[in-house]
Design a binder for this molecule. Structure first.
Ligand code: SF4
Ligand SMILES: [Zn+2]
Ligand SMILES: [Zn+2]
Length: 313
């Protein structure tokens, strides 16, 4: 198969776009499409300072690479969760993230959960009896809190994450199956700043996972191939498999499902602003100063306090 833009051999065929491209034109296409997504959803502008949440995986490192090539001012944040698994997952992903930042000469912040709170993620989850054996709920809570803390400390304007279309569609599908109305109304490629919370954006939200993987490979980015050991057998991975079967039968189905949801969201849900963002009332946590959905200490502060009390008993 030939590249649509030149006569060279195509390295990827994107059936949903009826587009086959060679390596050079594919890398260029990813950069152009990322810029279009940033503008389409009014994510951020070149004068803003952007914090990229990096895990050492293909999506976040590819996103950081594309943003710096597009000329945005970026810094990375790697959160060491203290997860071991085969080959010491956290240590290896930190090593690859540091290697990337050094090669590209980009600023990187490292936050070690155990050093900062006294416990790694699994221990915090254990003392809070959350997640039925998996630390994912606590992990999400700690990551959200840490990202805001570092962003405020170093004066970043926007947070970006490497969520791709497959991630977004799996979340959308799961929340629809369970009619999680509150989560559905909050799902968006961009969330505005709210009381102490940084605006958030997902510039890769319209790329399929195979496209971000192809970008990382062709751009020569070394990333951690293993997934977090706690993601094995997760509902979202099962849902991704179902969605892949549907996509195989109907190329473009995932993209259409997501785009049509975003288009119709405002007419389905109440209390959304003109851009489809929520107008929820937020309070300020008296301990850490971050936003919380109810009065009093936020969930993060309560969780860490409970861990320290139980651990020192
Ligand atoms: S799969 Fe791993 S990294 Fe993801 S939320 Fe769960 S514990 Fe955290
Ligand atoms: Zn070409
Ligand atoms: Zn707090």
């Amino acid at each position: 198969m030939k590249c649509r833009k030149c006569t060279k051999h195509a390295v990827i065929n994107m059936r949903q776009h009826k587009l086959a491209l060679c390596s050079f034109h594919f890398l260029e296409w990813i950069k152009n499409q990322t810029q279009k997504t940033i503008e389409r959803y009014k994510m951020f502008t070149p004068d803003q300072k952007i914090l990229v949440a990096v895990s050492g995986g293909k999506d976040s490192l590819a996103l950081w690479d594309v943003l710096q090539q597009l000329g945005y001012q970026t810094g990375g944040l790697y959160i060491h969760l203290g997860i071991q698994g085969v080959g010491d997952y956290s240590q290896e992903s930190q090593r690859l993230t540091e290697k990337f930042a050094k090669e590209k000469n980009l600023p990187l912040h490292i936050y070690n959960v155990q050093q900062e709170t006294g416990s790694p993620i699994e221990e915090i989850a254990f003392y809070n009896k959350r997640g039925k054996g998996k630390p994912c709920a606590v992990c999400g809570l700690v990551k959200r809190h840490t990202i805001n803390e570092i962003a405020n400390q170093f004066d970043y304007d926007v947070l970006v994450t490497g969520h791709n279309l497959d991630d977004e569609v799996a979340v959308l599908f799961g929340n629809t199956l369970n009619w999680e109305v509150d989560f559905l109304r909050r799902q968006s490629p961009v969330l505005k700043a709210k009381k102490g919370l940084l605006p958030k954006a997902k510039p890769f939200c319209r790329f399929y996972e195979r496209e971000t993987a192809a970008y990382a490979l062709l751009a020569g980015i070394e990333y951690i191939e293993e997934e977090c050991p706690f993601s094995v057998g997760s509902t979202s991975i099962q849902q991704k498999e179902i969605l892949n079967l549907l996509e195989h039968q109907r190329p473009g189905m995932k993209l259409a499902f997501y785009i049509k949801f975003l288009k119709n969201k405002k007419s389905i849900f109440q209390n959304l602003d003109e851009d489809g963002d929520t107008n929820d009332i937020l309070y300020v946590c008296p301990t850490c100063g971050q936003s919380t959905q109810s009065e009093g200490n936020c969930s993060y502060c309560n969780t860490i306090k409970r861990t320290q009390l139980k651990k020192n008993k």
